[in-house]
Design a protein around this ligand. Structure first.
Ligand SMILES: Cc1ncc(COP(=O)(O)O)c(C=O)c1O
Length: 350
């Protein structure tokens, strides 16, 4: 197996737009909460206060909430609990890079359904891929790395085709950045679908990526299964405290999210004007389909002081970061698109 690859670190004068992080520094209340933690003690392994807060926030019981050291930890718990040797896990591809490894480590097999030509989930194809070996289906909206969404009506039509014995994990790591009213929103659907689990994280919108804390909402027996597959005590006290304080300051943090979503749309409009056929973005990142030129394009961005995630041979994922990064980003994208367009015009002539 290939080890999980992290976004490249940036040189001092470059912008790191390769890990879909939040560029804002933590709010003062979070820093205070972290400083107050008693790190000589083990954390509360059940994350009781945080689970209570999340339960209240989403109108469910604390039994319906699981907290993990990042939502990726809960993904691992759920896949390990639900699938093993001989079982299949379906997901769209490209999607989040951690999915293949988590499935393999669980001993199960990946069934990858290629994205549609417009870089979205092929939900009909995913439903058609269900067999009696299917245990889990991962739906990622907005999808990392293409930043596309699944709409509510698409999701409902998809769920109607999924047997109730197959676990569907709706990975909404970037939910807070979505402004499209047609997009699926997981938590309100939990009452409708008994085989649905919704994954959320404090890493992106709430800017706590370095503390590792995420959560899942779903039926109690599934959350209990995740708990039984978890490494005990891995959500540290500073992370729990920071998450609680973040919920208490949610509106302030969501103002930052709104500013990032606005900047994202501004960048996307500029890219489209430059001639990019980039899908409309819904997360805090954009997708540039650079195809076979991905490695070269990534170098061009690097030369302009922008570190991006190169996912060859499909494209580049570029996070929305500091406003100061935008000019550099757009001059790199201009250089790349000019070359791509010249080449495709040349190919058309040949
Ligand atoms: C789609 C998706 N899901 C889950 C995660 C995991 O986030 P975390 O473990 O930080 O909560 C990421 C992180 O990049 C992601 O892109």
């Amino acid at each position: 197996m290939v080890p999980y690859r992290q976004g490249k670190p940036a040189a001092d004068d470059a912008f790191k737009l390769s890990s879909n992080e939040n560029p804002f520094a933590p709010i003062a209340a979070v820093l205070e909460a972290i400083a107050d933690s008693s790190v000589n003690r083990y954390p509360d392994g059940a994350a009781t206060t945080l689970r209570n807060k999340l339960a209240e926030r989403h109108g469910v019981s604390p039994d319906n909430v699981q907290v993990g050291a990042g939502s990726v930890a809960i993904l691992a718990q759920l896949i390990t609990a639900a699938a093993g040797a001989g079982d299949e896990v379906i997901y769209s591809w490209r999607s989040f890079e951690a999915y293949p490894g988590l499935v393999t480590v669980a001993g199960a097999s990946s069934v990858r359904v290629p994205n549609t030509p417009d870089h979205r989930h092929d939900l009909l194809g995913m439903a058609a891929a269900i067999t009696d070996r299917t245990r889990v289906i991962l739906v990622c909206s907005p999808n990392n790395p293409t930043s596309s969404i699944v709409t509510k009506s698409e999701f409902d039509a998809f769920m109607a085709q999924v047997p109730a014995t197959v676990l569907v994990i709706l990975d909404e790591a970037y939910a807070e950045f979505v402004t499209d009213p047609e997009a699926v929103v997981g938590p309100p659907l939990l009452a409708t679908y008994p085989n649905l689990v919704v994954l959320r994280t404090f890493s992106k919108a709430f800017g706590l990526a370095g503390l590792r804390v995420g959560f899942a909402l779903g039926p109690q027996y599934i959350m209990d299964a995740a708990r039984s597959a978890a490494i005990p005590l891995s959500v540290i006290e500073p992370a729990q405290r920071a998450a609680i304080v973040s919920l208490e300051h949610e509106s302030e943090l969501l103002e930052r999210v709104a500013a990032l979503a606005e900047l994202r749309d501004e960048i996307w409009n500029a890219l489209v004007e430059q001639g990019w056929e980039a899908p409309r973005p819904h997360g805090n990142f954009l997708w540039l389909p650079t195809g076979d030129h991905t490695a070269w394009a990534s170098e061009v961005f690097s030369e302009h002081g922008i570190v991006v995630r190169a996912l060859a041979p499909e494209g580049l994922r570029v996070s929305v970061g500091e406003r100061e990064s935008v000019d550099k980003l757009l001059s790199a994208s201009q250089e790349v698109v000019l070359k791509l367009r010249t080449e495709s015009a040349q190919r058309a002539l040949d």
